[in-house]
Design a protein around this ligand. Structure first.
Ligand SMILES: Nc1nc2c(c(=O)[nH]1)N[C@H]1C(S)=C(S)[C@@H](COP(=O)(O)OP(=O)(O)OC[C@H]3O[C@@H](n4cnc5c(=O)[nH]c(N)nc54)[C@H](O)[C@@H]3O)O[C@H]1N2
Ligand SMILES: Nc1nc2c(c(=O)[nH]1)N[C@H]1C(S)=C(S)[C@@H](COP(=O)(O)OP(=O)(O)OC[C@H]3O[C@@H](n4cnc5c(=O)[nH]c(N)nc54)[C@H](O)[C@@H]3O)O[C@H]1N2
Ligand code: SF4
Ligand SMILES: [Mo]
Length: 678
């Protein structure tokens, strides 16, 4: 039996475990006992992370559509065709008629390579990844206020804080090893405030549970700040020494009396006053947030409000404080760090800056790099349905199930002249492709993932990929070579990281020989630097912290007579997003085998619905059938659905309206009607 130390392929906690294999087959996992986050534990997905690897549905050979059907092809044929057809689309419609979607499931090295391929070889900045659907509001909002969009603190700070505010994060289910750390802290006396109208597990242990209306976080935060300012509970020394533009924030909060905030949120003014006093009264307070904050048409404003609350009370730059956006996918932090973003190279270096363009052009040995920022993923889908984008290369994403408004996503993908999908399974998106490329999964390759606390960790090859499947990085380099570019010849992923280090100041000191056993946290500018657990200590990354005033806007779609309920969407503990991996893991699928919708007993009674009844759910975009789960998890007037299930897909209903600044969709609020099926 062989044990291979590697990183969990699911969530941003970045737990490490040993893959146990026997005669080339995985038979289990053993958690690392020394890892700073999982410390000998794993959640149920981690314990089962070996199971999908040998699933018979794994893609083993390239597929090319002939006579309307996907048929096996050789690598040579498939890759030549990808290059020819991408070039063909560009010749006909221009360089920016193609879009590259990168993957938060792929490694840092692979994300770097795909962004290099898009920019240096195909001459377009049209590259993005699922961070657009996830924390793009954070990247925009925290870059503006702090200068860096990553978690300010480390997970270990949970053990050193006096108070934790969890807002819009179902931490025990979605970041389980961080959630259990918060639960333990709460049991040991750390105060806990949960602002989320679902009765999530953390809420049951909270000092205060705020069940405010979906989409009302801006008035909630303004109301809290109003009380802090009025009662002089803030930190004037911190504001004076470390921040700018405070007057504008104070003016924005001035009208938000607790009474007005109560009316806008559905809370009582006493709850808002109590929250303000409890949060501001803590010596050290941490904020954790996730999709309940970001996935709104005002997601960036939500993030600005959170940043302002932390600065108002001096809760940045010390252990046990900070603003901590929990990054979702195992390597979504890395996907952003590596520049799989339309406006940024690796290390958040702007493509619009001529000096930086020059630096990358010289390093990559090309005469020209495109100047104008590319399209965000969500806007590219709009552009595809309007006919401007004609070719898409999608690596490790499944937008047919994960994009808002499935009908719209389907039209966009159907309209394309060329769709290439590189995945480990034949997903709903791959079924629409012209060419499918079979990828190796995490257990079959070397590389690094960067977790939510900016920790860059090594994954290692434990077994061979099935059949002809190849690592994403190898496929990308092969494509570059066939496109006539010689600057992507590497003897190993370690060499790719060496190149990343020379071009990316925050990764400047990263090299494989330094990453054992549990990685380094960026910024790590040089080889003798120990990494950085805590950001913004003496100064903010941008210099002074910036207070951005926020204005309250309602969600784009609010309930009316025709669609009287608010639908909010999210996840469950057992499944991962579009289910490609977890629905192929018997022990996980057994726990949550089908699509369901949570609704409050009052709404159920009004509709004559009982638990487990079959329901029809309709929005302005579409309708689906699903099963009732009658529960006080939700508040009256709000229904919740996970988006994991292709049959009964929540995204057939969701609204693809975008935040104007970050282009994130409003996954967390739309209006629906629920009816009992006969
Ligand atoms: N098991 C599992 N774990 C996962 C994932 C998975 O698919 N499965 N996905 C990963 C990824 S990529 C991500 S991004 C994270 C997401 O992690 P989370 O953001 O924690 O998960 P969600 O279920 O999307 O939403 C969290 C909460 O937001 C609340 N919410 C909805 N609307 C609002 C609002 O207007 N205001 C506030 N304050 N709260 C609101 C919901 O009630 C819900 O409890 O999870 C990661 N972890
Ligand atoms: N309604 C609603 N929709 C949402 C959200 C929501 O809260 N509500 N949340 C949004 C968020 S935050 C996110 S992050 C997105 C996630 O959306 P997606 O990223 O589309 O979802 P995943 O299922 O994680 O897709 C990952 C794909 O990568 C494949 N894969 C796994 N490993 C590898 C590999 O090593 N190489 C390659 N090439 N492929 C691999 C998997 O088989 C899978 O098809 O969903 C978004 N959609
Ligand atoms: S908490 Fe996240 S990283 Fe850890 S085992 Fe579970 S899914 Fe994997
Ligand atoms: Mo995400």
């Amino acid at each position: 039996m062989k044990r291979t130390l590697t990183v969990c392929p699911y969530c941003g906690c970045g737990c490490m475990f040993y893959l146990v294999s026997d005669k080339g087959r995985l038979i289990g996992v053993e958690p690392s006992t020394t890892h700073p986050i999982n410390r000998g534990g794993l959640c149920v997905k981690g314990w089962n992370a070996f199971a999908f690897v040998h699933h018979p549905d794994r893609l083993t050979t390239p597929l090319v559509r002939r006579d309307g059907a996907l048929q096996p092809a050789s690598w040579d044929e498939a890759l030549t065709l990808v290059v020819e057809r991408l070039r063909g689309v560009q010749e006909k419609h221009g360089a920016d008629a193609v879009m590259f979607a990168s993957s938060a499931k792929a490694t840092n090295e692979e994300n770097y390579l795909l962004m290099k391929l898009a920019r240096a070889v195909f001459g377009t900045n049209n590259i993005d990844h699922c961070a657009r659907l996830c924390h793009s509001s954070t990247v925009t909002g925290l870059a503006e206020t702090f200068g860096s969009g990553a978690m300010t603190n480390s997970v270990s700070c949970i053990d050193q804080t006096d108070l934790i505010l969890v807002i819009g994060s179902n931490t025990t289910e979605q970041h389980p090893l961080i959630g259990s750390r918060i639960l333990n802290a709460a049991r040991n006396g750390t105060r806990l405030i949960v602002a989320d109208n679902r009765r999530i597990r953390l809420a049951r242990h909270a000092d205060l549970h705020l069940r405010h209306k979906n989409g009302s976080d801006v008035p909630l935060l303004l109301g809290i700040m109003h009380v802090i300012i009025a009662e002089e509970l803030g930190d004037p020394d911190f504001i004076a020494a470390r921040t700018e533009n405070y007057a504008a924030l104070a003016a924005a909060a001035a009208n938000w009396t607790p009474e007005r905030a109560a009316a806008a949120t559905g809370l009582t003014s006493a709850e808002i006053v109590a929250t303000a006093r409890l949060y501001a009264g803590a010596k050290r307070a941490m904020i954790f947030y996730s999709m309940g904050i970001t996935q709104h048409s005002h997601g960036v404003d939500n993030v600005r409000g959170i940043a302002a609350l932390a600065m108002l009370t001096g809760n940045v730059g010390r252990p046990g404080t900070g603003v901590n956006p929990l990054r979702g996918q195992n390597n979504v932090q890395g996907g952003c760090d590596m520049g799989a973003l339309p406006d940024l190279y690796c290390g958040y270096q702007k493509v619009a800056d001529p000096q930086l363009r020059d630096k990358f052009a010289r390093a990559w040995g090309v005469a020209y790099l495109p100047e104008t920022p590319g399209l965000p993923l969500t806007r590219a889908m709009d552009a595809a349905s309007a006919g401007y984008i004609q070719g898409m290369f999608i690596m490790g994403e499944n937008p047919m199930i994960s994009d808002p408004d499935q009908g719209h996503a389907f039209t966009a993908l159907q309209n394309l002249e060329l769709l290439v999908v590189q995945d480990i399974f034949l997903t709903e998106t791959a079924l629409l492709a012209d060419i499918v490329l079979p990828a190796a999964c995490y257990a079959e390759k070397e590389g690094t993932f960067t977790n939510t606390e900016r920790r860059i960790q090594r994954l290692r090859k434990a077994v061979e990929p099935p059949g002809g499947a190849r690592a994403d990085g190898e496929i990308i380099c092969d494509l570059a070579e066939r496109a006539g570019y010689q600057g992507m010849r590497y003897s190993s992923p370690a060499k790719v990281m060496d190149e990343i280090a020379t071009l990316t100041p925050i990764y400047g000191g990263i090299a494989y020989d330094r990453l054992d056993p549990h990685g380094l946290q960026w910024p790590c500018p040089n080889r003798s630097h120990p990494g950085t657990p805590l950001l913004h200590v003496e100064r903010f990354t941008r210099g002074l912290g910036h207070f951005s005033p926020v204005v309250h806007r309602l969600p784009a779609e609010i309930p009316d007579d025709e669609y009287p309920l608010v639908l909010t969407t999210g996840r469950t503990y057992f499944h991962w997003h579009t289910g490609s991996m977890t629905r192929r893991t018997h022990l996980l699928d057994r726990e949550e085998p089908r699509s369901f919708i949570e609704l409050h007993p009052d709404d159920a009674a009004r509709l004559g619905v009982r638990d487990r009844d079959a329901l029809l759910v309709t929005s302005r975009r579409g309708e689906i059938e699903t099963q009732a789960r009658v529960t006080t998890m939700v508040i009256p007037g709000v229904v919740f659905m996970p988006f994991h299930f292709a049959e009964g897909a929540a995204n057939a209903l969701t609204n693809n309206v975008l935040d104007p600044e970050s282009s994130i969709p409003e996954f967390k609020v739309c209006a629906v009607r629920v009816e009992k099926l006969p």
